[in-house]
Design a protein around this ligand. Sequence first.
Ligand code: IVH
Length: 665
Amino acid sequence: MQDAQRILELRRLLNEHSHRYYTLDAPIISDAEYDRLFRELLELESRHPDLVTEDSPSRRIGGVPSDSFTQVRHRIPMLSLENAFTAADILAFEERLLRFLNLSEAPAYVIEPKLDGLAVELVYQDGLLTRGSTRGDGQTGEDITDQIRTVKSIPLRLHRPINGMLEVRGEVYMENDGLAQLNEQQLQAGRPPFANPRNAAAGSLRQLDPAITARRPLKFFTYGVATPQNTGCSGQYDLLDYLADLGLPVNRLTRRCPTIAEVIAGFAEFAALRHSLPYEIDGMVIKVDSFQLQERLGSKVRAPRWAIACKFAPKQETTRLVDVEFQVGRTGAITPVAILEPVNVGGVTVSRATLHNQDELTRKDLRIGDTVLIQRAGDVIPEIVMAITEQRDGSEAPVVMPTLCPACGQPLTRPAGEAVTRCQNLHCTAQRLQALIHFASKAGLDIEGLGKKNVEQLLDRGLINDIPDIYTLDQGSLENLDGWGARSAENLIAAIRAKTRPPLGRFLAALGIRYIGEISAAVLEAHFPSLARLREASREQLLEIEGIGEQAAASIIDFFDSRRGRELLQRLEAIGVEPVPAVVDTSSQPLAGHVILFTGSLQSMSRDEAKKLVKEHGGQIATAVTQKTTHIVAGDKPGSKIKKAEELGKQILSEQQFLSLIGSR
Ligand code: IVH
């Protein structure tokens, strides 16, 4: 059939031309010619709907709008990066690497520009694009497959067939010209302009109607895959070459640097180049090139040890300090917040800046009415650098820390040795409000329909006073509130009911325990089979967990010991709220049931790397020889622990025996 053949031919032509245009920047036909071919394809496909395929360029104009985004769990979490700002930070990064690997010879690196956009994952199944998702919190993002299909530089099918799954990661961004044009359209339509390319990219991808996304000038570049080891490439530079070969756009500024000196020189070059590029970059990413070393280095809780983001110097502006407000947080902490005359700093309007605590206020000697220097580094919250004292005219007024809680009027306290002033009143309404807002927010249980405004209203009307009250809300009382109806009341009750058995990690994050945010809550979830077991954990046990530091451990213990913590959990339990633990099965791993202690210095790795290997293979680390310890790994010049181990009849392994136990090297 001729049409079928022509359809195939048109697809091939359109794919080739759009790759040339969008990815290689080297078109060989005019836009009008391209449009003509595209219309011909649309026409033929509308005559033969059965011939429309997933990878047809016609799919790029956007499918059917949906009501909401579905959540997608990333098979391998999408990590973020730690920051560096100076050459000294870059050198310290290399020092850390060498120490961890117990190496004296420095590795080679790859440097890439850090584009300011939105991180996404693209899943290719046997070469066909089957799913696109946002990074989200790193574990779970949103399904934006239809929106991703409209981004012209993303191939719908890879240029070479790849068996199985390839999870490509990269950044969707907008060039400066595209952003300027889009903002003009926004203004003409009476909508607010986007403050920066990142917001524009995010706002365009998170459109329920993909046809809107299709009209936005989005671009993409790839910087990695979820499991590089499976690609057969030896390192990052190789991998980017391979991905470019598959038709994926790779940024041309990417470079391999055999030494850290070249990395530092590269950072200066990127900074100089920054303003002549057609897109915004907010820094440079340094990656250890070799995948073998990357794997040995592994990751900390949020970020890999093998990469770092070097951010450019922060953007600064001056403005006036109009006032200082004192906010009461959910743990009672009083935070001074600067109210500023609104000013644009690097594309974002800043009108407030946190002043952290009283010490910071004293140190900076800020006065109301001062002209102040403020800065924003990347996505960091704006901060006041200093007051410009030369500009004072004597009318400035000092900032006075309140002695009474601005919300409940009870006296504030500042425990000795702590920087934070607190309201200790457990019934303080401001604390309750913040705790409730946090519990229902995205960082907590994410109860749909229970945002800040609604929480304020329900608290105000006395319908809720504390977290457990959320679960006893009834439809009747909601329906009668201002702005509510049967439908919205019913929806909220259903949304709350859906959170009666929340995942343990989310539940912990929602409780608002000091120092326990989403990440540390997820770490706790991975280590404890139930809430009850976490409750029994000692400070020492908590400290053994990577990602849980002194402050977090102390805070968890305090929470479970406190009257408020106990009462809160008791009430929730009585109502039937029951967190569901994550199931972690380590039983099939080679070190399952092993509790290993290291003593003496190791040859082929550092102590930290050894501990990482134990955990990765399902074992536990001991810090002292006890009954529970099952093995001792003795390095060079082992300490007295070895004697104790011998006395207790524990098994003693050499470094080599340990490595063969886990089948490594
Ligand atoms: S690598 C584990 N490379 O920066 C590696 N990230 O804070 C993680 N980004 O969420 C990312 N350009 O959105 C990497 N060349 C680049 C990047 C890049 C921009 C973003 C990305 C990520 C964030 C890391």
